[in-house]
Design a protein around this ligand. Sequence first.
Ligand SMILES: NC(=O)c1ccc[n+]([C@@H]2O[C@H](COP(=O)([O-])OP(=O)(O)OC[C@H]3O[C@@H](n4cnc5c(N)ncnc54)[C@H](O)[C@@H]3O)[C@@H](O)[C@H]2O)c1
Length: 350
Amino acid sequence: MRIGVIGAAGKIGQMRVATILAEPKAELAAVMDMSMDKARAHAHGAPAFTDLDAFLGVPMEAVVISTPAHVREPLCLAAFERGLHVLSEKPLHHTVAGSRRILAAAKAAKRHLGAGFNMRYYPAFACVKDVMESGRIGEVDHIRVYGGHEGLPKFAFDWEYKSEISGGGALWDVGIHMTDMARHLLGEITEVYGVATEKVWKVKGSEDNALAIFKSPSGIPAIYQATWTDWKGYKSAVEVYGSHGMVRGAYAPMENMLITMEKPGGATTTVRKRYLDIRIREKLRSWKTTALASFQAELDEFIALTEGRTGLRIADGHAALRAVEVAAAVAESSRTGKPVTLENLGAMVP
Ligand SMILES: NC(=O)c1ccc[n+]([C@@H]2O[C@H](COP(=O)([O-])OP(=O)(O)OC[C@H]3O[C@@H](n4cnc5c(N)ncnc54)[C@H](O)[C@@H]3O)[C@@H](O)[C@H]2O)c1
């Protein structure tokens, strides 16, 4: 598949380019960024552009859009108009309306929209999903998801935290991966009750913390927190509790814990997995090696998605939209004090 990258000079864009170069089924068709110097510096011999029409004039089947969310809509719409598939970074857009327009354009063009929820491929989180589906922890009672970091000092650009262009705070940033994780595990999120706080960083409309309960269509709850006040540093965790045990996945560091029992309250067996290979690799090289591995797996599945394969781990356009809708629903629920109901989107059919 010939793939172009928009935002190729960015922190994540450079990693997306690297994954395309390393993917046997893909070829880097072209790159685009804001200045020709930046674009050329990350083109690896592919044609480089600053003009969207000229970039899209290069023969290709798909684009990866690695820009900030607030500039994404015209880029996605133009790509779908040209009949291309799109893999977009998270969040799809900084507004619900914009996200819906992007999804509608994908459907009108009958093209696939993949969402960059690459944490689905982190081995500890993939393990949680696989254990839950295997039935080893029995009937699922509830889920806990958590994602956070220290907040504003982490950011280099205002698009990362100012609500007018970011959509909001912790929920729209690291938290959106865990919103997606909750949906990935629950199947769908159709009810949202939440409370958002703004006491620490005091950026209007950008929550420091979002505490929420999400419900699946069958009523399984997920308790959720996204935070910009985790003074311990960058952390994400997912736990699923069932009638016959629980499974936990966390990062960083990457780890799993699985507790199983033959009957509720019976003798327990505990298994822990610490991914020493990943920890050593990250120590010797960088955390980026873990992100890169997940981008590689995601790209492989994005190609498979466009080939019509099903049963994949990749987040589709409905996952992209629902994560943004849930973020907006928490803010609404926090304002009104009432839960927000959402329709069941299910899987996306282009
Ligand atoms: N999945 C993850 O783990 C993860 C991690 C961090 C960031 N992200 C997401 O990736 C996206 C990019 O983040 P980043 O940290 O790489 O940002 P960045 O600022 O480092 O890179 C963005 C790049 O896009 C370019 N750009 C901006 N507007 C453009 C336009 N209209 N046309 C072409 N190029 C344009 C910029 O010049 C820059 O090179 C964001 O949506 C962010 O939320 C994802």
